[in-house]
Design a protein around this ligand. Structure first.
Ligand code: CAA
Length: 301
């Protein structure tokens, strides 16, 4: 049995044992990050990871489970977490693009995997909590959404920093149609991005919205023909990656703070973070380069 297949076999055994041996629930995460050989080789079963852009400074993670429209099974989300761990450690990468196929970005959490799970299993394994890895990524992440971004697919797009969409993309939170509710941020992030009334309509009906509607609502920043989407997202990633990585990380943290705090506290955080940039070489270099009318050479210091 190949090492990766063996790892997945053991993983599925761990999962099934959790039902009868609850203490194993805590081991799932440990096993997934420590023992999956994909982390070392970059050979994944459900995703592809490539370096793109003229300077190969943009990582492109492509969800690649076409038979299930990129449904977000446990194995796929573990691989995404591992890829993000590796990319965060790679100093040559300044931005990340997360994409799927032209038919589906992701059709949601894997319904077949969830069908027979019970409440106790959800609680013991802290089901879906591991998905937050994407939202905790320190490097900027651009979602390039073609096709369906439904349920968990829409939720992981919203965990990214910027969403670009293909003209035929469809967004939605259809969990209500299968007797449940969004469980990876749909009821929390969507109202913050599109407002209460629109979020309620999407969550309570399960209706899908088009890329044009999503752009009008502010969920998506730009819409492109499907075949141009990923290259446009990579171009955006290259532009971001040309800036000081320290300044980019601080700017991302500061914008995200706007969603977590009061205006007064957020403004204070921003001011102190802005002051903090004056301790970096990149801030000095950026301003000096401007005055000397030359491009800056940022060193991430
Ligand atoms: N989970 C598991 N399998 C899925 C899936 C999902 N979320 N979405 C699609 N698939 C599978 C289908 O079962 C089918 O597999 P089989 O050929 O083995 O039957 C294959 O992908 C192709 O799907 P369809 O035949 O349904 O394709 P379609 O073009 O007719 O329809 C679709 C596309 C509208 C996206 C439809 O597949 C669909 O409605 N999918 C489910 C969407 C959904 O409800 N997502 C929410 C999941 S719950 C969730 O995400 C919770 C959370 O908050 C995290």
């Amino acid at each position: 049995m190949a090492a990766r297949t063996l790892a997945r076999f053991v993983y599925s055994k761990v999962q099934s044992n959790v039902a009868v041996r609850p203490h194993l629930a805590n081991n799932i995460k440990l096993f997934s990050s420590a023992a999956n050989p994909a982390a070392a080789t970059g050979n994944y079963e459900y995703i592809k990871v490539e370096k793109a852009g003229a300077q190969k400074n943009v990582a492109v993670i492509t969800l690649n489970r076409p038979k299930a429209l990129n449904a977000l099974c446990n194995g796929l989300m573990i691989e995404v977490s591992e890829a993000l761990d590796n990319i965060e450690k790679d100093a040559t990468i300044g931005a990340i693009v997360l994409t799927g196929s032209e038919k589906a970005f992701a059709a949601g959490a894997d319904i077949k995997e969830m069908q027979n799970v019970d409440y106790a299993q959800c609680v013991r394994s802290n089901f879906l909590t591991q998905w937050d890895r994407l939202a905790r990524t320190r490097k900027p992440v651009i979602a390039a959404v073609n096709g369906y971004a439904l349920g968990g697919g829409c939720e992981i797009a919203m965990m990214c920093d910027i969403i670009y969409a293909g003209e035929k993309a469809k967004f939605g939170q259809p969990e209500i149609l299968i007797g449940t509710i969004p469980g990876a941020g749909g009821t929390q992030r969507l109202p913050r991005f599109v407002g209460k009334s629109k979020a309620m309509e999407i969550v309570l009906t399960g209706n899908q919205i088009t890329a044009a509607e999503a752009e009008k609502m502010g969920l998506v920043s730009k819409v492109f023909p499907p075949e141009q989407l990923v290259s446009e997202a990579v171009k955006l990633g290259e532009k971001i990656a040309s800036n000081s990585p320290i300044a980019v990380a601080l700017a991302k943290e500061s914008v995200n703070t706007a969603y977590e705090t009061t205006l007064a506290e957020g403004l204070h955080f921003e001011k102190r973070t802005f002051h903090g940039t004056f301790a970096t070489k990149d801030r000095k270099e950026g301003m000096t380069a401007f005055i000397e009318k030359r491009p800056p050479k940022f060193t991430n210091e």
